[in-house]
Design a protein around this ligand. Structure first.
Ligand code: PLP
Length: 374
């Protein structure tokens, strides 16, 4: 079989709208001379962002959106506005997540309490948190994290919250396009360049609770009441500029192309790896897609596979390291037993994946992985 020589693929290539696509929106700034403070472009972005998400839901819902400086700030603000301090100083969260989740908890004035993760879904389940409540007591809240862009079971968490009284906040930073259900439980989204809808840096909080979103907007803008310069609640400056909103509007226009290109790349990988024992996250490449792709390796072959990749100079990454509890910044944080986290973190490996990856590059990575141990 003759082959096109494959170059070494890059790990991740973010693709944001070109200047040409941004220009029509950005030029409106020259007309309005409004550069921030919930200007016309931010309002338009919030509106279109809400419409986009609403159009993908499996139920009808009227959702409200607040934009904020980044995904980490979104989690921080959701906690500040929704969760009373009196309840407990702890916020339960999976150790297996991007470290931003733990920083957000700390910045909001709580202590992270790390829980184990489900081996199948790579995320928390209501059962894991219920067991932790029995063992350690009720936290002030729980943060449920989307596993690398995969969907979370919003209905199950609505029941959990109703039953236990423990407030739920979703860190769906990397999974805006996987949202199929929205409740009053805040969903925190990142608009970072490496996420599905990017503005460079940016974030958003969505919820069906418009009062809550109004409170978030107030907190994100010095606590000012609508149309006033009276600071009603403690807050800060977490606003995005009109320039960021212009990029967001252009980003929304390219999202369906981006999604279908990523689905194609995922399919090519799955085809190339179909005879191997490599697993993928549940529903990945069928029900949902993200900017990253993980292979779930047979634990016995992880070390050899990583060595084989290294030998060819192919990049790989444990996107979420070995869990938040292994970072010095959170070494002292309380945690439950983290057996699953250890296994999951060990064998879940990010491989090169992006809209520009070529068929030859996909085959190079896949063959390198499939050859190990066979
Ligand atoms: C990207 C990400 C964040 C942080 O978002 P930023 O916009 O970079 O602050 C938080 N949690 C998860 C799971 C993420 O993937």
């Amino acid at each position: 079989m003759s082959k096109i020589a494959a170059s070494i693929p890059q790990m991740l290539v973010p693709v944001l709208p070109t200047w040409e696509a941004i220009r029509p929106f950005a030029e409106r700034i020259d007309q309005s001379n409004v550069y921030s403070n919930d200007g016309p472009l931010n309002q338009l972005f919030c509106e279109r962002f809400a419409e986009y998400i609403q159009g993908r839901l499996v139920h009808s819902a009227d959702i409200s959106v607040a934009t904020v400086t980044n995904g980490t700030a979104a989690i921080e603000l959701a906690l500040r506005v929704r969760v009373p301090k009196a309840a407990s100083s702890y916020v339960m969260m999976p150790s297996y997540t991007f470290i931003a989740t733990a920083h957000a908890v700390k910045n909001a004035g709580f202590e992270p309490f790390f829980l184990d993760t489900d081996v199948e879904t790579l995320t928390l389940t209501p059962e894991i948190v219920r067991a932790a409540i029995v063992a350690y007591g009720k936290p002030a809240a729980v943060i449920v994290v989307s596993p690398f862009g995969g969907p979370v079971d919003v209905e199950a968490w609505e029941h959990f919250e109703a039953d236990t009284g423990v407030l739920v906040i979703f860190d769906l930073a990397a999974s805006v396009t996987s949202i199929r259900r929205v409740s009053n439980q805040p969903i925190c989204i990142s608009l970072h360049a490496t996420k599905m809808i990017g503005t460079g840096e940016g974030g958003a909080i969505i919820s069906t609770d418009s009062e809550f979103i109004a409170q978030v907007k107030k907190t994100a803008s010095f606590g000012f009441g609508t149309g006033t310069r009276v600071s009603e609640v403690p807050g800060g400056n977490y606003r995005i500029s009109e320039y960021a909103a212009a990029i967001g509007l252009a980003s929304l226009e390219m999202i369906s192309d981006k999604i279908s290109m990523l689905f194609d790349k995922a399919e090519a990988y799955k085809r190339a790896l179909r005879h191997s024992d490599v697993q993928f996250q549940v529903g990945f490449g069928q029900e949902w897609i993200a900017m990253t792709m993980n292979v779930i390796l047979n634990a016995a072959r992880v070390q050899e596979t990583l060595e084989a990749l290294d030998k060819k100079g192919i990049p790989w990454r444990r996107w979420w390291s070995k869990g938040c509890h292994t970072h010095p910044a959170f070494a002292g944080a309380p945690c439950a037993k983290l057996f699953n986290t250890e296994l999951v973190a060990y064998r879940t490996i990010g491989v090169p994946f992006h809209v520009k990856i070529t068929q030859a590059e996909i085959e190079l990575v896949s063959e390198t992985i499939a050859e190990v141990g066979t």
